[in-house]
Design a protein around this ligand. Structure first.
Ligand code: ACO
Length: 328
């Protein structure tokens, strides 16, 4: 799916909040559980540390402060929100949805609230959904949450996945604005490749030996990721008639610094246009792009008027890009 934003009707991000668990887990700490070491992890992934939630913390606990900060920046009260979407593969539980839980905790009593799943691309998918509902006249003010606690799905005996993931969440407010906001979206899925990154036994399909942990074919996911990050970015730029040179800031999904470097080089973006924070957080799945937006703002690269290209990819397999003129 690919589309340009509705002409003459602008929608943008008017508030952003992020939050991560307090506990920092270093590579050395993981090396106490599996046969790995700090040097291997840094060289192959760029990750130095990640955050991990405590046993009694669920996604709604981590996402709630991010939602409050996003609402505060937008100058809104929760009761102004009529749509709350949570993109995640690690909801508090299958039902009630984390969207409904957050709407209740925030006091967003007039909001349609639900969860949606598109792997690590979830945040970009949810942005597109919220944009569509606002542009279609169904919603006036939406809160979009992207967050995951993938530490809850880790196999502490599998070194090929244990070192990659971390926990975190972000939230953004979307609403109509006067100046240019979203320019367009590109979203895709390839279920045929789904077996390369999966959680068998987590739903209605029966497995004799259901898994409680992420299963991943790292090399296949690596190849997929490098391909779609480039393709999706090129497709959305072309559809929106924008050149690579026009892009001020590139915010890719933070899975592995080598994947990001590969895409950045192929796309021809200078490194100072690319937000990278995987070294501090690891791969936080749907939390990754909002956490990177926060860092891009804090280091001064994302500012009013910046053309921001976000591209995610992940389980499904899925991918997606959003192109946005930053209005905050
Ligand atoms: N420490 C030490 N050695 C390791 C580790 C580790 N943590 N993990 C794997 N190895 C070993 C392997 O066992 C292998 O050993 P062998 O040669 O004796 O068999 C060796 O290192 C090389 O393994 P490769 O898989 O070839 O290593 P590679 O350079 O491809 O790096 C990695 C592995 C980091 C998993 C890489 O393939 C990758 O990043 N893939 C993409 C993963 C990803 O991004 N997933 C999520 C994306 S989607 C989403 O965000 C949900």
């Amino acid at each position: 799916m690919i589309g340009k934003a509705r002409a003459g009707f602008e929608v943008s991000i008017t508030g952003l909040g992020v939050n991560v668990p307090e506990r920092i887990v270093t590579n050395d700490e993981l090396a106490q559980h599996v046969d790995t070491n700090d040097e291997w992890i840094r060289e192959r992934t760029g990750i130095r540390e990640r955050r991990m939630a405590g046993q009694n913390e669920a996604l709604s606990d981590i996402a709630l402060p991010a939602c409050r900060d996003a609402l505060a920046q937008a100058g809104l009260d929760a009761k102004d929100i009529d749509l709350l979407i949570v993109a995640t593969v690690t909801p508090d539980m299958m039902f009630p949805s984390t969207g409904a839980i957050l709407a209740d905790l925030l006091g967003a009593h007039d909001a349609a609230a639900y969860d949606m799943t598109a792997g690590c691309t979830g945040f970009v998918y949810a942005l597109a959904q919220a944009y569509g509902m606002i542009a279609g006249g169904l919603s006036k003010k939406a809160l979009v949450v992207g967050g995951d606690l993938l530490s809850k799905l880790l196999d502490w005996g599998d070194r090929s996945t244990l070192v990659l993931f971390g926990d975190g969440a972000g939230a953004v407010v979307l609403e109509p604005v006067d100046e240019q906001g979203f320019l367009g979206f590109e979203l895709g899925a390839d279920g045929g490749g789904g077996e390369h990154l999966w959680l068998p036994g987590s739903g209605s399909r029966h497995f004799d030996e259901p898994e409680k942990a992420i299963k991943m074919n790292g090399r296949e996911v690596f190849k997929f990721a490098t391909r779609v990050l480039v393709q999706s970015a090129e497709d959305i730029l072309s559809r929106c008639e924008v050149t690579k040179e026009d892009v001020d800031v590139y915010v890719p999904h933070q899975a592995n610094v080598r994947i990001i470097d590969h895409a950045t080089k192929k796309l021809g973006f200078p490194s100072d246009k690319v937000v990278v924070n995987v070294e501090r957080y690891g791969n936080t799945s749907s939390g990754s792009i909002p956490l990177a937006l926060r860092d891009g703002i804090d280091d001064g690269r994302i500012r009013t008027g910046s053309l921001v290209l976000m591209t995610g990819m992940g389980a499904g397999l899925t991918w997606g890009s959003a192109l946005l003129r930053w209005t905050l």
